[in-house]
Design a protein. Structure first.
Length: 514
């Protein structure tokens, strides 16, 4: 808290001093701001190196994502009937297939998927810099915008370098819009539309940005000139999705990627409060500036309305749709937050050039100071332990020392050294039953998937991150299992990264004792 106040005071000093752009003091101060932003960029690069080889989950589902990846590499369908060994996640498929060429070099493992995610995050940073530099004609604003993006790593729930598709959804949404913003030719515009469509195939919410990009082209170039883009977007988006070869993806492709997630949304006061509170507590200045700039330039000064302002409402909608799922982590707000950062930076730069009061009192520094202060966190909280590899070997040894199969619902299936039985992960299993429906049917589905746990042939164990009595899905297993060991912090070095739902590390061992 004290450090956040210090940042506010330092940036606020720009207002108190009335720094003007042409003064020497102003130039020194602005250089320091760029250095501060650059420090966050460098720290993010360090985190990539620090995280990429972590042996267990940085996020609860990473090893389950690896299972999907391994099926794709082997040419097996992904969206199949749920079983004790594998339940598909309700995500679009492109991340798994896009990563296959990397598997040829590095193997079908966590390292490869994280490397691909890191490349997506790096690509997003590059596009942010290019887009802001293009619109503002200032490398300084480009560096500051990328610095804000890097500093928001915790606010974005530490997801973007995990083995998930979030970074590629964001990169494709950014790159597609950037290509369209160049306004070079119809072929470049069409390429931008194709990239935006790819964002949908990485993650379903990308459809909003594809829609926003085509609508922007229609608004900018007219309906007649934009008809080919509508045809391309329709053919490679909803039409291809509906006709997707289920024999290739799996017979339940549409069930997992449409039917299952459609049951998660609940429009209620809690969802609205979560959405508003998240914006107000994390992006008040950037969101406010971005929204005001978008309203001014889209409705009053069309010549200055870039695609970034035009598509901000679609980013806002993506965040609201994410908030409707009460069980989601805050990664559902990543595209919205990234758009706040980009449009906020563009809006600050534009207002600085147009409004004397902003220049006189350096109000942009106040907005930057507030934003950087709200993003601030303890860097040590996202650095994985140097003892992780040693702890993982201890973990494998401990599992192999047990005299029966182990089910670890929050781990999934390990890459090597030991095989959990069964391997079904908590999240995709819970995804099947957390929508509206009869509770008796929900219980039946879970019991069928966990039949090897409920009726083992002999000694069996359950290893959890939290006590079973606190688990709303699996607490019924306490009828037949009892706690035999609390391992304390023995495997604390294998803890997940901090997120909205912190899962920490394997700790509680239960033994079958009917």
């Amino acid at each position: 808290m004290l450090i956040k106040l210090l940042i506010l005071l330092v940036f606020g000093g720009g207002i108190l001093l009335g720094l003007r752009r042409e003064s020497n003091l102003s130039r020194i101060f602005l250089n320091l701001v760029a250095v501060y932003a650059g420090a966050w960029i460098l720290f993010m690069a360090y985190l990539w190196v620090n995280h990429v080889n972590f042996p267990l989950n940085l996020e609860a589902m990473e090893l389950t994502v690896v299972q999907h990846f391994q099926r794709a590499v082997a040419g097996q369908p992904i969206y199949v009937e749920p079983s004790p060994g594998f339940v598909p996640l309700a995500y679009a498929p492109f991340y798994y297939y896009f990563s296959i060429p990397f598997a040829w070099l590095f193997g079908a493992n966590l390292f490869t998927l994280r490397l691909v995610a890191i490349l997506g995050m790096l690509g997003a940073e590059i596009v942010i810099f290019l887009a802001v530099k293009k619109e503002t004609q200032s490398a300084w604003w480009g560096i500051v915008a990328v610095g804000l993006f890097a500093a928001a790593y915790r606010v974005m729930d530490t997801y973007l370098d995990n083995a998930h598709s979030d970074s590629w959804l964001l990169f494709c949404a950014f790159l597609g819009c950037y290509l369209i913003s160049l306004n070079k030719s119809r072929s470049v515009n069409a390429l931008g539309v194709l990239v935006l469509i790819a964002s949908f195939w990485f993650k379903q919410h990308g459809a909003l940005f594809a829609m926003g990009g085509v609508l922007y082209l229609t608004w900018r170039d007219g309906l007649k000139n934009s008809l080919p883009y509508w045809v391309v977007a329709g053919a490679l988006g909803p039409v291809l999705y509906l006709l997707a070869p289920t024999l290739f993806f799996g017979s339940l492709f549409h069930y997992y990627t449409l039917t299952v997630p459609s049951g998660w949304s609940h429009l209620n006061v809690d969802a609205v409060v979560r959405y508003v509170v998240f914006i107000v507590t994390n992006y008040p200045a950037l969101a406010g500036i971005g929204v005001v700039a978008s309203l001014i330039y889209v409705f009053k000064q069309k010549s200055k309305a870039s695609i970034w302002y035009f598509t901000l409402p679609f980013a806002l909608l993506s965040g609201f749709m994410g908030a409707l799922d009460p069980g989601s982590n805050n990664n559902v707000f990543i595209p919205m937050g990234a758009w706040f950062i980009l449009t906020g930076a563009l809006g600050m730069a534009a207002f600085l050039g147009e409004y004397q009061v902003v220049r006189k009192w350096s109000l942009h520094l106040a907005a930057l100071g507030l934003s950087f202060a709200l993003f601030l966190y303890n860097p040590a909280s996202v650095i994985v332990s140097s003892q992780a590899d040693e702890a993982y070997q201890d973990f494998i040894g401990y599992l192999n020392s047990l005299d029966g199969p182990v089910y670890a619902p929050w781990v999934g299936q390990l890459e090597d050294g030991y095989a959990f039985a069964p391997a079904v992960h908590w999240v995709p299993m819970e995804d099947l039953v957390r929508g509206p429906g009869a509770e008796d049917e929900d219980v039946r589905i879970v019991q069928e998937l966990l039949d090897p746990v409920i009726r083992p042939e002999g000694t069996a164990y359950i290893l959890t991150n939290y006590p079973l009595e606190n688990d709303p899905l699996l607490f019924f297993l306490l009828d037949d299992y009892q706690l035999v060991t609390d391992l304390g912090g023995r495997f604390a070095a294998l803890s997940t990264l901090p997120k909205r739902y912190n899962l920490e590390y394997p700790r509680y061992l239960y033994q079958y004792a009917p």
